[in-house]
Design a protein around this ligand. Sequence first.
Ligand SMILES: [Zn+2]
Length: 358
Amino acid sequence: MSRRIYHIQKALPELAELEALINEGRKEMRISAPAHIHHAGTQLPIYSIEMGSRDAIAPTLALIGGVHGVERIGSQIILAFLRSLIHRLEWDEQLQQQLEKLRLLFIPIVNPSGMWENSRCNANGVDLMRNAPVEAEHRTPMLVGGHRLSRHLPWYRGRRNAAMEPENQALTSVIAQTLYQQPLCISLDCHSGFGSRDRIWFPYAKSMNPWPGLAEAHALTQLFEHSYPNHSMYLFEPQAHSYTTNGDVWDYLYDGYQQANPNGVFLPLTLEMGSWAWVRKNPLHLLHFHGLFNPVLPHRHQRILRRHITLFDFMMSALANQTAWLPQGQAHKQQQHSLALQRWYPNLAEKDQPLGSC
Ligand SMILES: [Zn+2]
């Protein structure tokens, strides 16, 4: 075993697993490494993997993980799903046909140096989810909302006017290349550590006001809740209902998409796995820092690895069957927008704010 493989298996087993999966599934994948992060004497690649249709306008699902290094479970659920896909593609004709009209993009480990160090930030002490050039429109919570005080405090945004960190530059270049020309795409960035329920957040993080994709976000939420009524563990909501932040990368990428493709639909979602429930069930988590963000006991870990497969499958089906739910025409869009206001912004719904004014 080479020195590199030994160190990676010890400090970053998720990268070892990803490289093994790349070897197993190579014939189904288009693999690139838009950046390498030099850390602990080792070059750590940020891999981007595409599968499925090569059609320029095929709807696309992007699964992203490991933005916060300590939230390893986000990478692990994506790797578990990727493994399952590779093996199902060997025999599942329905899946093969589905992928003929759908593109999948995986970036399972965005922040390998942070993961290596079991830290939220990257090795420069920067919180990648506070690092984009985006300023909040409302007052943000102290520190948590992103700050420029010191890299030794969590939620550090990086220096003012500095370029984004290399991890975010890599993420941005892949998303811009792969999604900005697509008429329909969904990304799901997998995190853990906030609250006791699994939340599915949509933008904006920078603003308490409704974002332009609200009608589509509501249509997708409704489709999921009608199709899977017993999966009520997910709470769909705007991220700003929990807290507003500066520098959110998905706010930045969404605005970039809108500029490049004003008629397209991009739903950048975040899965925030509610780890407080794991802590409550087993206070042992409190003894380990990473236990606050990751399931510790083997049976619970396995349960979390399978818990979100239905959600991933749903998103693939929703993209492949867009005419079934995507608002078509102004009247349908207005209807979904009004329902969304009633659900998430009841004060605005009373004023019946028309579409396009948010
Ligand atoms: Zn996170």
